[in-house]
Design a protein around this ligand. Structure first.
Ligand code: NAD
Length: 362
């Protein structure tokens, strides 16, 4: 019988605990959470077997302990955790940045116990109340061991597979550069774009009023949790700063070309960017969405995708694109469907909601 420990039972910790319990009902789950109400809820749901009042000796017997707090809180907790885990306990985390916590684990003498983890699935919601046993289905789960062939990484890989995720083993530095480029910079850029409108609006607020559709779409991630994003940005500051520098240089060049009315440059810019973007793995990558699409939570069972295609087909709605979201961080929903026009999207959303489906990004 496996015993798992959780420190933090919010969206990510709660979803992982639910998924582990669903895949192995015999496993024992013990958990500490700042809010006792969420812990009690998890006990009532049959997800947590033993709620803990504090982070302490309770974790000694665990096979694996998951740290599921905000990034810096996880890192700060590491040195204390060495007192509370057994010799063979695997300690891992779910944080969105890996370098800092890997260093902290090494400094705390926890190299034999620690392996980094980052399940790339989430949503704009927070807390145990938003947790979902299917969150990790078909989502990438990045694992960052200290060295190749680490047995702890293999254990975490099996855990990722058992909750339906797709494990990828990767060096922590590479992980942090990747997420800086595809996630952290876009979040900061989205926040800056929103501020651009805020700072330049007319007294009557007309810029804000017409900033619907595309603008709202590409800046959706500016509404992410301030606390979580503060910790992410402060933990990956070197990569973020370097890529911000690249982005600023690019924007300065673009401004020069706009000042010079260099139409050929601008056309080439969109041509190059469009070609590269269209080569992305159909629907799985990146937080910035195409218009006319939303994601749907589906059951992991045969015919789940076909049912949706049939529901839409009998209603005469033509699909432009359909695909599984492997990178669902800050998005939610595991199947993305794209439509040719906003009317089809709206009609499809209405029909699917009436059939009881949970939709995101509508
Ligand atoms: P959440 O807000 O849903 O849960 C955070 C948990 O940490 C809650 O249980 C909260 O009570 C607890 N907590 C916060 N501050 C605390 C403190 N000072 N002391 C004790 N407990 C505290 O957030 P989440 O989305 O589950 O994020 C948790 C981790 O998962 C973060 O490290 C984040 O980087 C990572 N992550 C998030 C997503 C996402 O999309 N939300 C995706 C992948 C990884």
């Amino acid at each position: 019988m496996k015993k798992y420990g959780f420190v933090g039972l919010g969206l990510i910790g709660g979803s992982l605990a639910r998924a582990l319990k669903a895949s192995d009902p015999e496993c024992k789950i013990i958990a500490y959470n700042r809010s006792r109400a969420s812990l009690d809820e998890a006990v009532k749901d049959g997800v947590v077997d033993e709620p803990l009042n504090e982070i302490g000796e309770g974790f000694k017997e665990c096979d694996v302990v998951f740290l599921c707090l905000p990034v810096i809180k996880n890192t700060e907790l590491l040195s204390d955790m060495s007192k509370f885990i057994g010799k063979d306990t695997i300690l891992t985390d779910v944080g969105s940045v890996k370098g800092g916590i890997m260093n902290a684990a090494e400094n705390a003498g926890l190299k034999d116990n620690f392996v980094g983890g980052h399940p790339m699935a989430g949503s704009e919601r927070t807390g145990y109340i938003a947790s979902n046993k299917d969150l990790y289905k078909n989502a990438y789960y990045i694992i960052t061991p200290f060295e190749e062939g680490d047995k702890k990484a293999e254990v975490l890989k099996d855990i990722a597979l058992s909750v339906g995720a797709i494990p990828i083993i990767m060096d922590a530095d590479k992980h942090d550069r990747i997420v800086a480029g595809i996630s952290h910079i876009p979040h900061l850029a989205a926040a800056a774009l929103v501020e651009l409108v805020k700072n330049n609006d007319f007294e009557d607020g007309s810029m804000k009023r017409v900033a619907a559709g595309g603008f709202k779409d590409i800046t959706r991630i500016a509404s992410s949790s301030p606390e979580m994003w503060k910790e992410i940005c402060l933990s990956n500051e070197l990569n973020i700063s370097e890529y911000l520098g690249d982005l600023i240089d690019r924007l300065i060049l673009i401004r020069e070309k706009v000042d010079e009315c260099d139409g050929a440059f601008i056309a080439d810019l969109f041509d190059d960017a469009g070609t590269y973007r269209n080569s992305f793995n159909t629907l799985s990558a990146g937080p910035i969405k195409d218009s006319h699409k939303f994601t749907i939570e589906i059951k992991d069972e045969p015919g789940a995708i076909a049912s949706i295609a049939i529901i839409l087909a009998v209603s005469g709605i033509n699909l432009k694109n359909i695909g599984i979201q492997h990178n669902r961080e800050y998005i939610g929903g595991d199947l993305t469907v794209g439509f040719w026009d906003p009317e089809s999207k709206e009609k499809a959303a209405e029909i699917l909601k009436n059939k009881g489906y949970t939709l995101h990004g509508i």
